[in-house]
Design a binder for this molecule. Structure first.
Ligand SMILES: [Zn+2]
Ligand SMILES: [Zn+2]
Length: 118
């Protein structure tokens, strides 16, 4: 179980990985914990066990979706209230997995429940 380097790249998700990742993941809320704009999840991938980092923007979509400043402000305010998010993390480890092609990581994805401001 020590060498996961040869694990083939495969797009896959397994509900059993969610609690595994929840037990090992480190979650960072930026710029601060009460009004996060970005969630950064890091930790070992539950499939290949390599270290991976995932950044989940909470407010970036405001610019893309709206043309009015009002809606942008509403979205921003909503994103900075206490809340939670199911963050889908996709393995982006720095190891090269066979058959990965242009992709990063091993292809695994899992879901981490993140809460803030509570
Ligand atoms: Zn890997
Ligand atoms: Zn992986």
């Amino acid at each position: 179980m020590t060498d996961q380097q040869d694990l083939l790249y495969r797009v896959e998700s397994d509900p059993a990985w969610n609690p595994v990742a929840a037990g090992t993941a480190r979650v960072g809320l930026h710029p601060d914990e009460t009004a996060p704009e970005v969630i950064v999840v890091s930790g070992p991938c539950p499939r290949c066990r390599h270290e991976t980092v995932h950044a989940e923007p909470l407010v970036a979509y405001a610019d893309a979706l709206t043309r009015t400043g009002l809606l942008a402000r509403l979205l921003l305010r909503r994103a900075t209230e206490a809340g939670s998010r199911e963050v889908e993390v996709i393995c982006a480890c720095s190891a090269v997995h066979p058959e990965a092609g242009e992709h990063k990581g091993c292809g695994a994805s899992w879901v981490l429940h993140v809460e803030w401001g509570v």
